[in-house]
Design a protein around this ligand. Structure first.
Ligand SMILES: *Cc1c(COP(=O)(O)O)cnc(C)c1O
Length: 403
């Protein structure tokens, strides 16, 4: 449905722009075609090649690729030994998978509130919510900004807990100069098309610990081993294998692995362009009292996956829904990341109630995800800035007081 722009004039742009979009070039296409012509469609040489590449890029000792980011979180929880009766602390400002992975293992997700300026999980809240039952923290690098790994790791290790970093947004980010993925006990990645690099569906778990690595490999493929050292019985022949745990089929295909290897070659340029766009947005919006810019901790050198525009309700006479619709009328099609997980009916039925994390709930009321992706042109970026500025100024409370 086309409506005139909110101020009554023509929209800032005619062609719709969306909040995210993948970028696929000829090299990506050729990489996929080459696999289709090869002997392996799944679990061939591209899997190992991709895992090596992820280790090289992030500095992690081990990488285990799998079918998607949700599978990666489930595998990480299984490797951490999460079981019924355990508690897992996470943030509500994330995709549902960050908490669902605890439920898959029969554990209870416990939601810790965020830092109101960085929007990441607040380590002080994590400490407060830690109990005898807490086995792990799933900390999400929301928007790509690193969580406070120093304090989270210290707390987890002092309390015999595992720190799982949900790094679905984080590829390309560094914490104190070191790549995220090589710091937490385990870091999960997602390669969904809206993420910084993609292979359609895909995920990975990165770790430096051999103990976790062995379990991740086992759980990825049915709990089946071909390693005689892990077997309970003498191998009966070269065909012989044993199932020694209840695993899943969370394998990635060689087709996807080849696409991701090619995408990873572009990570430095993807990252640079995203940083450029974030700088342009921050500069423009930082000047407007109607808007709030996400704060960065100095330890994080961030490749932003999402750009969060936060409204300052005391300076605007419209709410988030109206601002969102005004952007839509300018043909800037945004999104909201995220609805607090425990708002969902499934979680309500489990007994979670609103009011649990007031800072997260307030952020949810005030935020909009603006377009941010590699292929945006300078004109696209300019259009977004113009539209946001126009709406913010038009609906400034001071203007409305005059009328
Ligand atoms: C995308 C995402 C996931 C899930 O990844 P999939 O590959 O879609 O399964 C998990 N956590 C966060 C924070 C995400 O953004």
């Amino acid at each position: 449905m086309d409506r005139p722009a909110i101020s009554g004039g023509a929209p800032i742009r005619d062609k719709k722009i969306y909040y995210g979009h993948q970028y696929i070039d000829q090299a990506d296409i050729q990489a996929v075609v080459d696999v289709l012509k090869s002997d392996y469609l799944t679990c061939g040489p591209k899997i190992g090649e991709l895992e090596e590449k992820l280790c090289k890029i992030t500095g992690a000792k081990y990488a285990v690729v799998c079918s998607n980011g949700t599978a990666a979180l489930h595998l990480a929880c299984l490797a951490a030994g999460i079981k019924e009766g355990d508690e897992v602390i996470t943030t509500p400002i994330t995709f549902a998978a960050s908490a669902n992975c605890a439920l898959y293992c029969g554990a209870k997700p416990v939601f810790a509130d965020i830092n109101e300026e960085t929007y990441n999980i607040d380590p002080e809240q994590v400490k407060k919510l830690t109990s005898e039952k807490t086995r792990a923290v799933v900390a999400v690098d929301f928007t790509g900004q690193s969580v406070e790994l120093g304090s989270l790791l210290a707390h987890c290790h002092a309390n015999n807990m595992v720190l799982i970093e949900d790094g679905a947004h984080v590829i390309g980010t560094r914490y104190k100069g070191q790549c995220n993925g090589s710091i937490a006990d385990m870091t999960t990645l997602s390669f969904h098309p809206v993420k910084t690099v993609t292979c359609g569906e895909g995920g990975a778990v990165l770790t430096n610990k051999e103990e976790f690595y062995k379990k991740l490999i086992l759980y990825r493929a049915h709990g089946i081993t071909r390693d005689p050292q892990q077997m309970y019985h003498e191998p009966e022949g070269s065909w012989y294998y044993e199932q020694i745990a209840l695993g899943m089929n969370y394998r990635l295909t060689d087709i996807q692995a080849a696409l991701l290897i090619s995408q990873l070659d572009k990570l430095p340029v993807f990252s640079a362009r995203r940083k450029e766009i974030v700088t342009a947005y921050d500069e423009a919006f930082g000047k407007l009292p109607q808007l709030v810019v996400q704060k960065e901790i100095p330890e994080s050198d961030t490749t932003r996956h999402l750009y969060i525009l936060r409204l300052n309700p005391s300076k605007l006479c419209i709410n988030r829904k109206q601002f969102f619709e005004a952007l839509d009328a300018e043909n800037i099609c945004c999104n909201v990341h995220y609805i607090p997980t425990y708002y969902f009916p499934y979680y309500e039925k489990l007994g979670y109630q609103r009011g649990l994390c007031p800072k997260a709930e307030k952020l949810y009321e005030e935020m909009i995800s603006l377009p941010l992706y590699y292929a945006m042109t300078d004109q696209d970026v300019e259009d977004v800035i113009k539209a946001v500025t126009r709406i913010a100024e038009y609906f400034n409370v001071e203007n409305s007081d005059e009328t």
